[in-house]
Design a protein around this ligand. Structure first.
Ligand SMILES: CC(C)(COP(=O)(O)OP(=O)(O)OC[C@H]1O[C@@H](n2cnc3c(N)ncnc32)[C@H](O)[C@@H]1OP(=O)(O)O)[C@@H](O)C(=O)NCCC(=O)NCCS
Length: 184
């Protein structure tokens, strides 16, 4: 269990035993996910197992985690930290939801709860989220949560044969106060 709040949202670390369910979800949502995430187009069962094995290693290294989002007992998405830079006390976050799980505030609420984890549990100083410039739904999440738009990385991601610009959003511990904490 990550925290009572994350537990109540159905957010828990992914395990190797999730391979069947996760792979089936990726296959049902391949087109939806591959529009923005380069790994999704070719993700096979072996790739999912490798991702889950690496996720277990990541926890052992104290380097963040990859979590299932399962508000009603079934996985509908994934949210995860890329790594933790303990020297500079910062990290970055990525996320996705199944197409039919969008539109309910699930990811905004999840990221909101993870911000408490980042700033109060790990006591990090900075969290970054990168979104493709054209990915309005993804950009709306850091924008709703009070992140600052800090940079535009030109043609930083190769997705579906196209180089996409990437927007960098940042949030500092000093900006994550009680008012923000009431969202979601
Ligand atoms: C990015 C992604 C997770 C966003 O999903 P989402 O459903 O828009 O995000 P949320 O779960 O936070 O829901 C927000 C929506 O629910 C609505 N909503 C309902 N209750 C809400 C609440 N309590 N809080 C916030 N939003 C709420 C919002 O109005 C918004 O809907 P709208 O876009 O029609 O205005 C999803 O589109 C996705 O996985 N896309 C493919 C993969 C991807 O792009 N990943 C990101 C790579 S950087």
């Amino acid at each position: 269990m990550l925290s009572p709040r994350l537990d109540s949202l159905g957010v828990r670390p992914l395990e190797i035993e999730d391979a069947d369910e996760l792979q089936a979800l990726v296959e049902r949502n391949r087109e939806h996910l591959a529009r923005w995430m380069p790994w999704a187009a070719g993700q096979d069962r072996e790739g999912t197992e490798r991702f889950l094995a690496e996720a277990e290693e990541q926890i052992i290294r104290d380097d963040g985690f990859q979590a299932a989002v399962e508000p009603d007992g079934e996985i509908v998405g994934v949210v995860g930290f890329h790594a933790i830079d303990w020297v500079n006390r910062n990290t970055s976050l990525g996320y996705w939801l199944a197409a039919d799980a969008q539109g309910r505030g699930t990811m905004t609420t999840t990221v909101n709860a993870l911000l408490d984890h980042v700033f109060y549990e790990w006591e990090l100083h900075r969290l970054e989220i990168q979104c493709a410039r054209e990915n309005a739904r993804s950009r709306a999440i850091p924008e709703r949560l009070g992140f600052r738009e800090e940079a535009l990385l030109r043609e930083a991601e190769l997705v579906g044969g196209r180089y996409l610009d990437s927007v960098v959003y940042g949030l500092l511990e000093t900006e994550w106060g009680q008012d923000r904490n009431q969202l979601g």
